[in-house]
Design a protein around this ligand. Structure first.
Ligand code: GLN
Length: 329
C-alpha cells in the first residue's frame, strides 16, 4: 500500500516540530571535527521506492556519514565475496557491546560477529576486492555515490581529524590481523575505513541511499541497479541486529524497522518495498545514536504504520480469540 506524499509531508513536519526543542545528548567529541558541528541542526527526509522526495528542516545540510558507511561497504563486499563468506568471516549477530569494543572480539574467539561495529567493519573493508588501497577506496566511494545517486565527496577536514586520532581503530585492526580476521594490510585498511566514514551527505542523500535498499537494490531516483536484490534481506538483517549498536533490540521492539546510525548525527531506517526515513541531528545518546533522530524516526514510523512486525491488514480468524491466560470468564 502506498502512502501519499502529502501525508508523509505532514508527518515529517509534525515530527520536526515535536522534537526540535529537545536538547538532550552531546556531539561526538572523540573525533575533534564532529564536536564543532552546530548541535541545533535538524533535518528529516523520506524517499519512497517510487523516487518521491519529502523533506523537513535542515535536510540539505551536509554531515559526515561515519558508521552508516558500514552498510554500503558491506553491500560492496557482499557483491565481491558473497553472503556466505560475510556470514562465516564476519558474522550476523549482535555483540551487545559498544561499537569500539575489544572485549566483544575476545568473548567471541576473535570473530567480529557483525559488519556494523568497528571490528567487523574493518574486516569487511579488507574483504573488498582491490589490488591497492587507492583502488579499494575508489570502489567504496563509487558505491556510496551509486547509492546516493550523487557525486558525494570526502571532507578533507573530517578525514584529517579522524586519521590523526583513530588509534583505537588501528589497535583493533592489528588485533584482527593477529587473529587472521584481517584480509588486507591492517593500517592501509584502517586508513580506507576512516576515509569511508568521512564522506559528506545530506539527510536527503541518506534517504535516497536507504530507499535504494527499500527498492530491492535499484536507486529509485536514478533508476540504476546498485546491488543484487537477493542480498538486500541479509543487509537489512544485519541492520536489525546491530544498526543502533547496544540499543538495536530496543529499537526493533519499539520501532520495528532496520536502521543504522552514525556518530556524525545521521540515522537511517528502511521500510522494505516502501520507503526510507533519514534524520540528522548531531547530539548523541550514550551509545552513539542521534537523540532527535531516534525520536523523530520512531514517531514517523509509528504514524505511517511502518512497523515490520505488525501485520499490514487485520487478521481474520474463524474462531473467537481464546481468553488470555489467567483471565476469568
Ligand atoms: N568513524 C567512526 C569510528 O570509527 C564511526 C563510529 C560511528 O559512527 N559509530 O569510530
Amino acid at each position: 500500500m502506498t502512502i501519499c506524499a502529502s501525508r508523509i509531508q505532514r508527518t515529517l513536519n509534525a515530527a520536526h516540530a515535536d522534537h526540535a526543542a529537545n536538547t538532550t545528548g552531546a556531539n561526538a567529541d572523540y573525533i575533534p571535527s564532529l564536536s564543532t558541528v552546530d548541535p541545533n541542526l535538524f533535518g528529516i527526509a523520506v524517499v519512497t521506492v517510487a523516487g518521491e522526495v519529502i523533506e523537513a528542516g535542515d535536510s540539505r545540510h551536509e554531515f559526515a556519514l561515519e558508521s552508516i558507511s558500514k552498510v554500503f561497504t558491506l553491500a560492496l563486499a557482499m557483491e565481491d565475496v558473497g553472503p556466505q563468506v560475510i556470514r562465516a568471516k564476519v558474522g550476523a549477530d549482535p555483540t551487545g557491546l559498544p561499537f569500539g569494543s575489544v572485549m566483544a572480539l575476545e568473548l567471541h574467539g576473535d570473530k567480529p560477529l557483525t559488519p556494523l561495529v568497528n571490528a567487523g567493519a574493518l574486516s569487511t573493508t579488507s574483504l573488498v576486492r582491490a589490488s591497492t588501497p587507492s583502488q579499494r577506496w575508489q570502489r567504496i566511494l563509487k558505491t556510496q555515490r551509486a547509492f546516493a545517486g550523487r557525486d558525494i565527496s570526502l571532507s578533507k577536514e573530517v578525514d584529517a581529524s579522524e586519521q590523526s586520532t583513530n588509534f583505537h581503530n588501528r589497535a583493533i585492526a592489528w588485533l584482527l590481523y593477529s587473529a587472521g580476521a584481517m584480509y588486507a594490510d591492517p593500517m592501509e585498511t584502517c586508513e580506507v575505513y576512516t576515509r569511508q566514514c568521512s564522506t559528506m551527505v545530506t539527510t536527503t542523500d541518506l534517504a535516497v541511499m536507504g530507499a535504494t535498499l527499500a527498492a530491492g537494490g535499484t536507486n529509485p531516483v536514478t533508476g540504476h541497479r546498485v546491488i543484487r536484490d537477493t542480498y538486500i534481506p541479509r543487509i537489512l538483517a544485519e541492520m536489525t541486529m546491530e544498526g543502533l549498536y547496544d540499543t538495536s533490540g530496543d529499537w526493533a521492539y519499539t520501532v520495528g524497522l532496520p536502521g543504522k546510525s552514525g556518530v556524525g548525527g545521521g540515522l537511517l531506517a528502511v521500510a522494505p518495498g516502501r520507503l526510507a526515513i533519514a534524520a540528522f541531528s548531531p547530539p548523541l545518546d550514550p551509545v552513539g545514536n542521534s537523540v532527535r533522530g531516534c525520536a523523530a524516526i520512531a514517531q514517523i514510523a509509528h504514524d505511517l504504520g511502518l512497523n515490520l512486525y505488525q501485520s499490514p491488514t487485520p487478521v481474520r480468524t474463524s474462531q473467537a480469540a481464546p481468553a488470555p491466560p489467567g483471565s476469568s470468564t
